[in-house]
Design a protein. Structure first.
Lengths: 142, 142
């Protein structure tokens, strides 16, 4: 997957950003297709999944696969923005997740290992809220 | 700020990631220091600030400066993770914002213009929630 690597096995291709981007795109494509073999292939064996809002953590590919396989609902996901950082071996994404008539925005941070497998996933599910008073003179609503 | 540029003025330096990273770091350093001249210098004139959770939008450097200057509370901000994408001229950050005893996680997406000034800022403020039932066999809490 990489053109060259240094002695530590760390990829040194200048195109690391494209690789990280491709890894995250493959992760979402496989999840959306429920192609669990392809999904597993994007993950490091010791992947760690974090949900900071509920302080939940899942460790390891096997458990994380089960979590995704068992996730309820006929959800669909669309990537809205994908920020890929080859130098930092990390990425962030905004997605729109739909399930029936429900629409949720989600945010995902990723790090990848030397083989560009996903090593950590940190998900956020921000909810809608009403704007606080006092800034109406500056904002418009949409 | 860039070594070379193509005919459109778009920077073609291979070090775009470092530039984007530096722009976001300068933005937070200036905001944290309430150095509004330095903060303004990081922004495009037509910067657009979006809060998708409350569907609020602020257009233009002048209004966005006022929004930040008028923001209540003696808040402090620390960057927890910064994902910088030089090819995509965009970034994402996780920050910890504290105000007295209150601690909030925030998430920020940025795009930058050809001069590596911040053109869009999209903020999310995810709130804590209780985990749904049914996945206790896979997760640990922290």
């Amino acid at each position: 997957m990489t053109d060259t690597a240094d002695k530590s096995g760390r990829a040194t291709t200048p195109n690391g950003t494209a690789e990280v981007r491709a890894a995250v795109e493959a992760y979402w494509a496989a999840a959306g297709a429920r192609d669990w073999d392809a999904f597993a292939a994007t993950l490091a064996d010791d992947v760690v999944y974090d949900l900071p809002q509920s302080r939940e953590r899942i460790r390891g590919k096997e458990r994380y696969l089960r979590f995704n396989q068992e996730y309820p609902g006929d959800w669909r996901v669309r990537i809205e923005q994908l920020v890929a950082d080859g130098e930092g071996r990390q990425a962030a994404a905004r997605t729109l997740v739909t399930a029936g008539t429900e629409r949720m925005q989600a945010i995902h941070f990723f790090t990848v290992d030397a083989e560009v497998r996903i090593a950590t996933v940190t998900d956020f599910w921000p909810e809608a809220y009403e704007p606080p008073a006092g800034r109406e003179h500056l904002v418009e609503r949409y």
